[in-house]
Design a binder for this molecule. Sequence first.
Ligand code: AMP
Ligand code: MG
Length: 326
Amino acid sequence: MDRVLSARCSLFVILVFSSCAQRESFVSVDYTVMGTSARVIIPRGKRVLADSAYAQMLLVDSLMSIWKSGTELSRLNSAGAMRLSQPTLRCVEIALTAARETGGAFDPTVGPLVHAWGFDSDDPHTPDPESLELAKGLVSWQNVRIEGDSVILGPGQRLDLGGVAKGFALDLAAAKLLELGCESFLVEIGGDMLCYGQKGNQPWIIGIRDPANPSGIIGTMSIRGGKGAAICTSGDYERFVEIDGKRYSHIMDPRNGEPARGVVSVTLIGDRGAALADAMATGLFVMGPEEGIPLAGSLGIKAMFIYYDGDTLATARTWDFPEVTR
Ligand code: AMP
Ligand code: MG
C-alpha cells in the first residue's frame, strides 16, 4: 500500500519483545504485505490460524492499494463514483471520521497532492506553483459523499487510503482471529500493531525505536491488550523522500500543500480500532504536538510525539501515555 520512496529501514518503529518463558507458549509468524513486513504473534497451539489473519491483510491490499491498477480504490479514482464492497466502504467511512476529528489534518483526498509532488512515482520533485495550486484545490474530504454503498468523489478528486489501510487490515485480521476463537494475540504491519488479551500471563512488552539511532530503542512499555489496543506510529524516519538532497516526509500537510515538517514521529495508543488509530497518527503527525496533544487528550487517545525543538529532539506526551522504561 505505502511504497517506500527512499530509504527503507527493515527495523520496525516498534519492536515486540518476549521473555524465554513467554516464547514457549507464543509463536511469531512472519509475512510480507503492502510492501512491508507483517506478523502474527499467536498461542503456539493456534498457529494454524495465523494464515487466516494474513489472508485478511492481503484482501485489504487487493482492494485498497493505489499502487496496483485494477484494485477497487484505483477503479473508484478513475471512475469518480462507484459502488464499493463493504470493507472498502467501511475504511472510507473511518477515514472521513478521522478527517472530521483532525479538522482535515488527516485527509484521504490528499491523492492529488501526493501526485503533484511525485511521491507516487520514482521521481519525487518540487511541483511547479501552478500544479501545486491545482492539486491543493482538489483536496477536501468534505467533497466526498457516501450514498448507500456508493462513494462519490468531487471532480478530479482521488482517494489515498495509505494512511489508514494498514490499521484497517489489522482490524480485519483481528476480527478473523476472534471469530476463530483466539482471544490473545498481536498482529502487526510495518510497525503498526493491534493486540488483544495478554501474552500468557504478562502484558505485551513493546519497544519504541530510537529515531536518532534506528538500531536502538529509547525504551519499552507494557500494554494490556484487553479487547483491543492499537499502537500506531507515523514517522518520517522510516519512509521519506529526497529531492535535491533535501529530506521530505511522505505525509502531506493538506492545509499548505507541502510535506509536513517538524515532527519525527507520533506513537499513539487507542482503543477504537487500529484503522482509526492509524489515521489519527497520520493526522497528529501533521498537527504537531502543540495542536495534537490537546486534541488527543480530548479524544481519550494516548499519544507521544518526538519532534524537533530547534536543532534538538524533544518528546511531548499526553499525561496517560504509558511509562517508557529505559
Ligand atoms: P502513515 O504511514 O500511516 O502515516 O501514512 C502515510 C501515507 O498516508 C502516505 O504515504 C500517503 O499515502 C497518505 N497521506 C499522506 N499525507 C496524508 C494526510 N495528510 N492525510 C491522509 N493521508 C495522508
Ligand atoms: Mg497512519
